[in-house]
Design a binder for this molecule. Structure first.
Ligand code: HEM
Length: 464
């Protein structure tokens, strides 16, 4: 089918209009706090590399595949996670896998890799299907035509997946309380504070951080309780399943192959929070945007439903490669709305990116949001067209033009897990329900650590 025939001509997925000119210093600080997506100019969507100085210091925005590869893979050792990210995500995550650097990072990555091998991820499939069944029965109890907030629903089910897979001993708290705390945390601490951008000292109060304090207290109590419970279990002789590792056991029984040392208490705590944060909100956002885009493109929804209907006998899960259309729809949603909208780094030593001379300390931004909508890399970049990802077309996409999970040594450790989880959940939702857009509801993407629809996403639930 041609790309044009596949597209609903009426719908343009919502996105801020690129600015003609860069914002001045003060408006830029405020726009970054309210929605970083709104700060990009037309040049950012058209130029391969933009390098310059602004109120936030020297910045290089890299959107050219070879240059992206240089930053994320070939010379990755010269680029560390930047200070702003550390401040944004909070000190609680600093020692976890997402933010750790050097030998600490290498040890943790090696330690946690066994949890995400293709074999282990495949073994998580029945648990993911159990979560999907739980969601289906929850929605089946709803009256048809009722509005539900799909963003919150998907958050709830992706947290349930974590509890049935990498945290099999449970989170020890009501999942609803966890979700409320995660949402409150991202909404408040997840805003880019002008003080942080200007590099002002930590003791100066930030409104966002003040508002995030109750959520942080909740996390810290919950994590302490989880560690205590698992330690008690291990002390009482509970033996870990070597075929099916779990996160808590790996963290608590880790030892450095050279020194024999275990992880510090801070590292253990930070990783529990990292995996709760990185492991459910991102996938929930991907599912939310996918459901929204399908509702706005009924032709693709019908194709996806037909594929699921023929691949799924009863409620039995099909093989994942039996769903090329659903996968293409998901990948296109991840292109238009990448949950991790910006990957930011700081140059350690001098370097050259393309023609740009990079001084130490330069902030380097590789933004999947910009790259996925870049005029030089995609045809009709702002339009929804899953046929780009159907077999035959998918292989022609440059590896460094499509980065929802990043690339190089810091690539998402949960990529295979997330794709399988999203496909399992989508298959069950498509088989049983039809989600429709709420007439008149305005959808606005905002970047608050992850890329989400502002205020959640109400949709109308119909039974199929
Ligand atoms: C659709 C879902 C997801 C998306 C789009 C996503 C995206 C990403 C991206 C882009 C990175 C690299 C960040 C950078 O280079 O600065 C990353 C790293 C990471 N992700 Fe994911 N992720 C998803 C799901 C998950 C899941 C399910 C887990 C765990 C269960 C997870 C855990 C992590 C961790 C721990 C890292 C840090 C890896 C390291 O630095 O070694 N993510 N993710």
């Amino acid at each position: 089918m041609s790309q044009n025939a596949a597209r609903s001509p009426l719908h343009r997925p919502p996105a801020p209009v690129p600015r003609e000119r860069a914002l001045g210093a003060i408006p830029l600080l405020f726009a970054l706090r309210s929605n970083p997506l709104s700060t990009w100019t037309r040049a950012h969507y058209e130029e391969p590399i933009l390098h310059g100085t602004s109120i936030v210091g020297e910045v290089c925005v890299v959107s050219e595949p070879a240059a992206i590869r240089h930053v994320l893979v070939d010379n990755a050792a010269n680029y560390r996670k930047d200070d702003l990210q550390r401040r944004l995500l909070g000190s609680g995550l600093a020692k976890g896998l997402f933010l750790a650097e050097g030998d600490d990072w290498r040890l943790q990555r090696r330690l946690l890799a066994p949890l995400f091998t293709p074999r282990v991820v495949t073994r998580f499939r029945p648990a993911m299907a159990a979560s999907a069944h739980w969601l289906v029965s929850r929605w089946q109890r709803q009256r048809a035509g009722r509005q539900i907030n799909v963003a919150a629903e998907y958050s709830r089910v992706t947290l349930d997946v974590l509890e049935r897979t990498i945290f099999p001993q449970g989170l020890g708290r009501d999942p609803a309380d966890f979700i409320q705390a995660v949402t409150a945390y991202f909404e408040s601490a997840g805003r880019i504070e002008p003080f942080d951008l200007l590099g002002l000292p930590d003791w100066l109060p930030r409104l966002g951080r003040f508002r995030a304090a109750p959520a942080l207290a909740f996390f810290s109590e919950a994590v302490e309780a989880m560690i205590a419970t698992r330690r008690a279990g291990l002390a009482a002789g509970e033996t870990p399943d070597s075929e099916q590792p779990d996160l808590m056991t790996l963290l608590l029984s880790a030892s450095d192959p050279e020194t024999g040392a275990g992880l510090s208490e801070d590292e253990i705590r930070a990783n529990i929070l990292t995996f709760i944060g990185a492991g459910h909100e991102t996938t929930a956002n991907a599912l939310t945007w996918t459901s929204y885009l399908l509702a706005m493109h009924p032709h693709w929804r019908s194709r996806a439903e037909a594929e699921v209907d023929s691949a799924m006998q009863g409620d039995v899960l099909p093989e994942m490669d039996a769903l090329p259309i659903v996968r293409a729809v998901l990948e296109e949603a991840l292109r238009l709305y990448p949950p991790a909208a910006s990957l930011t780094r700081e140059a350690i030593g001098p370097d050259k990116i393309g023609h740009a001379r990079i001084a130490p300390g330069t902030r380097v931004i590789v933004s999947p949001w910009l790259i996925h909508r870049h005029r030089r890399l995609w045809t009709d970049p702002d339009m929804f067209d899953p046929s780009r990802f159907l077999p035959g077309a998918r292989e022609k996409i440059d590896r460094f033009a499509y980065l929802p999970f990043g690339a190089g040594p810091r690539i998402c450790i949960g990529m295979g897990f997330a794709m399988q989880e999203a496909l399992v959940l989508l298959a069950h939702v498509l088989k049983n329900f039809r989600l429709e857009a709420v007439p008149g509801h305005v959808v606005e993407p905002v970047q608050r650590v992850t890329l989400r629809p502002k205020g959640g996403l109400p949709m109308i639930l119909r039974h199929r």
